[in-house]
Design a protein around this ligand. Sequence first.
Ligand SMILES: NC(=O)c1ccc[n+]([C@@H]2O[C@H](COP(=O)([O-])OP(=O)(O)OC[C@H]3O[C@@H](n4cnc5c(N)ncnc54)[C@H](O)[C@@H]3O)[C@@H](O)[C@H]2O)c1
Length: 245
Amino acid sequence: MDLDQRVVIVTGGSSGIGAHIVSDLLENNAQVIVADIQLPDAANRATGVDYRLCDITDRTSFKKFVDDVYHQYQRIDGLVNNAGVNRARLLVDYYSETPQYKLSNDDFDFMVRVNQKGPFICTQEGEYPFRGRHRRICYSATKAAVHGFTLSWAKELGEFCIRVVGVAPGINEPTPMGDAKHREALAYTRGIKTTNIDEDYSQKIPLGRQGKLDEIANLVTCLLSDKSSYITGTIINITGGKSRG
Ligand SMILES: NC(=O)c1ccc[n+]([C@@H]2O[C@H](COP(=O)([O-])OP(=O)(O)OC[C@H]3O[C@@H](n4cnc5c(N)ncnc54)[C@H](O)[C@@H]3O)[C@@H](O)[C@H]2O)c1
């Protein structure tokens, strides 16, 4: 899948799924520029990647980032809106034990700002899942909004030969998003102990295992290549067959 030095921006490319997307794009000969609020340690940086500090929720900062990238590379071929955040929160604190896990204004604003406003700013300046599970009410809503953006932006940008595709992963190998703090909040919202948070996915996922981050990266690379030249305005689930909901 030779991307032939195409210039691709990956938001949130310093860790987790984004870092795997970056590696896969590199292997396929792309020029990758990462926009992230944190940079990997020198030892963990992929050779050849152009890492830049940038907050995707700050329009001025992202606009300058894009201007600088364009000035340096004279083209931008792809944007991967990967950066995202999650705070496991309940709409109502059914257990009445840990009030900080009830969705607050700050939680709401934080997730909407990064997950929903971020892709809007990045897509505008650079050129889901409808899971109604109560504990993810805000996170799901931000992803559902991105789903809507994908469909409408594909219609608007198609005449300029710009494709817009969503990638919706399911349950995957752990990333920093699922750190100890998140697991504690998630366990609370499920009404279980943190020690019981790891589920037996062999029964719950048709393919019998969690997704690998590299599998998500492979899909993103394929979507950025000419092999996907007629794919736009759709969301591709990569879930091992686990249905939403
Ligand atoms: N991990 C999963 O299983 C899973 C499943 C479905 C969807 N997703 C989505 O995949 C994406 C990546 O998730 P992950 O698990 O790799 O998370 P992660 O926490 O490991 O990585 C997210 C990256 O985004 C960066 N980031 C956060 N806010 C930013 C901002 N304002 N500006 C720039 N960068 C910012 C972080 O610094 C981090 O490097 C997210 O959009 C997430 O919602 C993840």
